[in-house]
Design a protein around this ligand. Structure first.
Ligand code: ARG
Ligand code: ZN
Length: 424
């Protein structure tokens, strides 16, 4: 074989493994709706061709969740666009281009114009992993009387997992809430919300009545980034990455879906045992260090933690358990009323629609999730939020929408927490 050919093969092979050509100028996101069962099968087939990320499924999380008459959002690499659109046309699919300018949006999201005073805070721009660590460290120094920085473990690549504990200026309390962000790497609005929340809480304590009540009655544990390795990878290499970055000896594929790795009906229908899948459940329940860190912390704080929130995006939904079964939890009606009230708050104050209900009924059956696990540990107020938007920008939500996304998410958190505080 000629050396150049060999080199080309090596590069191609390397890129299959490393996703190095993942995003380029002409990539597009398509919204595709299957109507017939034949089309469903075909679309599942098309969206599974993600070697070297020719296509990346944005919605739903996995081809197996594709059903008739529900729009599928598919990121298609420029090199595959002709092939994919031709296939869609031949088989009579309804589809349209959802996003044309993905590369511009990615650039916009990673821009760091520090000269702009508005962007030096936590809002209106996204933060790199380094910036996030800097922010939590700095915040714990600036507010020594209201915060405590807790190292709960480290990731596969040995990045630290920091929890910031927020408390009002008062004596000890026996109740707490937990919130984690950034389980899924590409959902950038999620860690942005955790940072926004921290900043808001500390800035407006004793000024805003609701946050004051929350901090006076509860300790608030916040894990701003649960999947630091994946998040870093979305900044450096592949913006569309979802899982962590764990590698194993017996597969070329990297990463476990941390929200399928919890010990809650682990790896049954709605998760995959294929390491190449975006919903890969891992080798065994809690196999991942990120999941171990969270479960260890929550187990040892079980008696005080009354509320659990996990922040994701996108699709605008307020979910509660179960996701691993269609069965209803004992306090289904109670949680249903809570998310209904939160959703109508958002509709009234922010004119935005959030769907709500149990995970299995509202989105899809998915086992091994953190919310279901927390619930089964006895944390009876357990929620997963899917923040903005509903697909217009998807994971590429422009920075100028961060504030509105955070404001409405906070309205939902606050509505639920204040209601639950009345009951505890
Ligand atoms: N989009 C999230 C996921 O696929 C939904 C999480 C809902 N909760 C759950 N336990 N699946 O992970
Ligand atoms: Zn997610």
């Amino acid at each position: 074989m000629r050396p150049l050919v060999l080199l080309a093969i090596l590069i191609a092979f390397h890129c299959v493994l490393r996703n190095c050509f993942c995003t380029s100028e002409e990539d597009k996101v398509l919204s595709i709706t299957a109507v017939t069962q034949e089309q469903v099968n075909l679309l599942q087939n098309i969206s599974s061709h993600n070697e070297a990320c020719n296509t990346v499924l944005w919605q739903p999380a996995s081809p197996s969740h594709i059903t008739a008459n529900t729009p599928v959002h598919l990121y298609v690499q420029s090199s595959s666009l002709a092939r994919v659109t031709e296939q869609l046309q031949t088989h009579g699919f309804l589809f349209r281009v959802l996003l044309e300018n993905t590369q511009r949006l990615i650039q916009e999201q990673t821009r760091n114009d520090t000269t702009d005073p508005k962007s030096s805070g936590t809002n209106e721009r996204y933060h790199s992993l380094e910036d996030i660590y800097h922010f939590v460290n700095k915040t714990s120094e600036d507010y020594p009387d209201m915060t405590k920085l807790i190292l709960i473990g480290s990731s596969f690549e040995k990045n630290p997992l920091y929890v910031l504990k927020l408390s009002g200026r008062r004596g000890p309390v026996d109740k707490a809430m937990w919130m984690d962000c950034g389980i899924h790497a590409r959902e950038w609005i999620s860690p942005a919300f955790c940072l926004w929340f921290i900043k808001f809480a500390l800035t407006f304590y004793k000024e805003n009545a609701d946050i004051t009540t929350m901090l006076d009655k509860l300790d608030i544990y916040i894990l701003p980034i649960m999947n630091p390795d994946g998040y870093k990878y979305t900044w450096t290499t592949n913006r569309m990455w979802r899982k962590n970055r764990a590698s194993r000896d017996d597969s070329f594929c990297v990463g476990v879906d941390l929200n399928r790795n919890f010990d809650a009906n682990w790896c049954t229908k709605g998760a995959s045992s294929n390491p190449c899948s975006d919903i890969y459940c891992g080798q065994y329940p809690e196999s991942e260090p990120e999941v171990q860190a969270v479960t260890k912390f929550l187990r040892s704080h079980k008696d005080v933690v009354k509320l659990y929130f996990s922040i994701h995006s996108y699709s605008q939904m307020l979910l509660f358990p179960y996701s691993y079964t269609h069965e209803q939890i004992p306090n289904h009606n109670e949680l249903y009323d809570l998310v209904q009230e939160a959703s109508s708050k958002i509709r009234r104050h922010y004119r935005n629609q959030y769907r709500f209900g149990s995970g299995a009924k509202t989105i899809y059956i998915a086992p091994g999730g953190s919310d279901d696990w927390a619930y089964d540990q006895g944390i009876k107020y357990s929620f997963t939020f899917e923040l903005q938007d509903r697909g217009q920008y998807g994971f590429l939500l422009p920075p100028n929408l961060i504030t509105s996304a955070c404001n409405e998410a906070f309205a939902a958190v606050k509505t639920i927490v204040l209601r639950v505080l009345e009951k505890l």
